[in-house]
Design a protein around this ligand. Structure first.
Ligand code: BEZ
Length: 230
């Protein structure tokens, strides 16, 4: 039976990102207000000084500029204290060499959340997996502060960074061009045009192919979108 304790409020796609203030390794943070006009990837990790998390932080740091080029800022979080965060990030920079990455400086903010205040607001504590550590959650938040995508991974599984970048670019491309993106889409691949909204348009699409649009059936049409237009 469902108990009060087992019902955890979780933000959903389309919700406004829950607001909070927090201390981070880059100073105080007012979220999401500090990021108005920008995309944000807000992500949690289970604990400092752990191997999967270390590999992820080095990769996030390596890719930070690439995310920034796409108007996207990174914000990390774990249920550890500020001094643990600082010590861990110093260790990463000073001592860890991994897959060709070394002297890696994590410049994006890492939230201290010993009280679990933020982690609980975002459904990052999932007791079936761990009641003391955050799972690996990824929230994509758009420039208006709306949650656009959420990905959760368990403690043992490091994130796929190609997918994080692909998802960000796909959502930005969908917004910019009013299109959708098919399975396994990558920038430069064909995109899906909005479905025909009337019998007339459906007929037109099937009978007199609109220039540049390829239809597999009346409800499934794609068009080219060049890499440089993405
Ligand atoms: C890790 O980051 O290596 C890790 C953290 C918590 C549980 C399992 C693995």
């Amino acid at each position: 039976m469902e108990t009060i304790e087992s019902v955890v409020a979780m933000p959903r796609i389309g919700d406004k990102a829950p607001a909070f203030r927090a201390i981070t390794t880059q100073g105080e943070l007012n979220f999401p207000g500090d990021y108005e006009g920008k995309w944000v990837i807000l992500f949690s990790h289970p604990a400092d000084f752990t191997p999967v998390c270390t590999s992820e932080f080095m990769t996030f740091a390596k890719l930070e500029q690439e995310f920034n080029k796409h108007n996207c800022q990174l914000v990390g979080l774990s249920v550890d204290g500020l001094y643990s965060h600082i010590a861990w990030l110093r260790t990463i920079k000073d001592k860890i060499e991994y897959k060709g990455m070394k002297n890696v400086e994590v410049k994006f903010p890492l939230i201290e959340d010993i009280t679990m205040n933020v982690a609980k607001k975002y459904g990052m504590i999932q007791p079936g997996e761990s009641s003391t550590k955050a799972v690996r959650a990824v929230f994509f938040i758009d420039p208006k502060g709306t949650i656009r995508a959420i990905i959760y991974y368990p403690l043992s599984l490091g994130r796929n960074f190609d997918e994080l970048m692909r998802a960000l670019i796909a959502m930005q491309t969908a917004d910019k061009h009013s299109i959708a993106t098919p399975a396994d889409w990558h920038p430069g691949d064909d995109v899906i045009v909005p479905p025909a909204g009337s019998c007339g348009v459906a007929k037109e699409r099937m009978e007199s192919a609109t220039k540049g649009v390829k239809c597999y059936d009346w409800f499934f049409c794609t068009k080219e979108l060049k890499l440089e237009e993405v």
